[in-house]
Design a protein around this ligand. Structure first.
Ligand code: NCD
Ligand code: ZN
Ligand code: ZN
Length: 341
């Protein structure tokens, strides 16, 4: 197969930031994806309906026509069920996002104890609003490579038991444990998968030296986990779909004594995923993963129109100018076998 044409895809987990960074990064997503679930971990976080609508307008302006931002509410300990319901009914909020406090970038205002947001979860279950989850415990006693696996039993399973009709997306899964957990759960649990967790194992963090551009959260895991996540992505199961977790941080913030977590994969996201499906002999399942499973889970219509990829090598630039500085894209300096037509 030399050309791969699929229904226009969506990105079910995307960080666009704000201001000059938003202006620089949004067009990269808009050229590939029709819609994206927009992460609310700005500073300050997007917790109100008014802030979310205003942010949505800024995104529309930066991305241009033909791109629909799907907004999420950043859950805090005092999340208000009535405000959630109002934002959802008004069509502003498609989902709400659970960041365990301290788990990742800009999560300090997140939830300190899942029991505190029981009223919010109850309401979301009642109105059919999706819960997106950064699935890692923050307990410093737990090894960072185990935080996702421990989250499944400590937090996710109890939430699913207490709110059996709540639709949950376990985002950016990185482990065999999560792939199995999601596969074996009922239809209300799904997962997104990033390109980096399909391409990298934890050796990438230390390949010839410390590699800040391979650092994101949840941190990349052992090879056996990468293989399990790959198998889930290409399995054809409707429970697994595309979510890039593209998370831009300027070069100097990544290459630092305390480098930020996040990989900016937006420029070549689709080509990066296509490479994986090609390697796995699963190009026939790519459209489901990229364009069908996500909208079906969220109860949204499939996109009209198509996008094509060609089997044509391209070199990924080492850096791209943004917001008065530079961003280093995922796969910087490498060759990818597929190119957006
Ligand atoms: N994935 C990351 O490493 N970073 C994300 C936050 C997140 O999705 O956890 C970011 O906002 O930079
Ligand atoms: Zn996250
Ligand atoms: Zn993210």
């Amino acid at each position: 197969m030399q050309t791969l044409t699929i229904r226009r895809p969506d990105d079910w987990h995307l960080h666009l930031r704000d201001g000059a960074m938003l202006e620089a990064v949004a067009p990269w997503s808009a050229r590939q994806f029709a819609r994206a679930i927009i992460m609310p971990n700005l500073v300050p976080p997007v917790t109100s309906v008014a802030a979310a609508s205003a942010y949505r307008e800024r995104i529309r302006a930066a991305a241009g026509p033909g791109f629909t931002p799907l907004m999420t509410c950043y859950l805090t300990d005092d999340a208000d069920p009535d405000a959630l319901e109002r934002g959802h009914r008004e069509g502003v909020w498609v989902a709400a996002k659970l960041y365990p406090a301290g788990a990742t970038t800009n999560s300090h205002s997140g939830v300190t104890d899942i029991r505190r947001i029981a009223p919010a979860l109850e309401r979301m279950q009642a109105i059919g609003m999706v819960l997106c989850v950064h699935g890692e415990v923050t307990d410093p006693e737990i090894d960072i490579f185990d935080r996702e696996a421990v989250f499944l039993g400590r937090v996710l399973a109890p939430v699913m038991r207490d709110f059996p009709d709540l639709k949950i997306v376990l985002e950016h899964i990185t482990t065999a444990d999560s792939a199995e957990f999601v596969r074996d759960a009922g239809p209300n649990l799904a997962a997104t998968i990033t390109p980096q967790h399909l391409h990298l194992n934890r050796n990438a963090l230390f390949a010839g030296g410390l590699r800040p551009h391979a650092y994101c959260l949840p941190v990349v895991k052992r090879e056996r986990h990468r293989l399990a996540v790959r198998a889930a992505a290409v399995s054809g199961s409707p429970k697994f779909f595309l979510g890039t977790d593209s998370a831009p941080h300027l070069r100097e913030a990544k290459e630092s004594g305390c480098g930020c977590a996040g990989i900016w994969n937006a420029p070549h996201a689709l080509e990066s995923y296509a490479t994986v499906f090609d390697e796995e002999g699963a190009l026939d399942r790519f459209e489901g993963f990229a364009s069908e499973h996500g909208p079906r889970f969220y109860g949204l219509p499939l996109n009209e129109g198509t996008i094509s990829l060609e089997r044509k090598p391209q070199k990924v630039p080492g850096e791209i100018a943004a917001a008065g500085s530079m961003l280093v894209p995922f796969h910087a300096g490498e060759e990818l076998g597929w190119t957006l037509a």
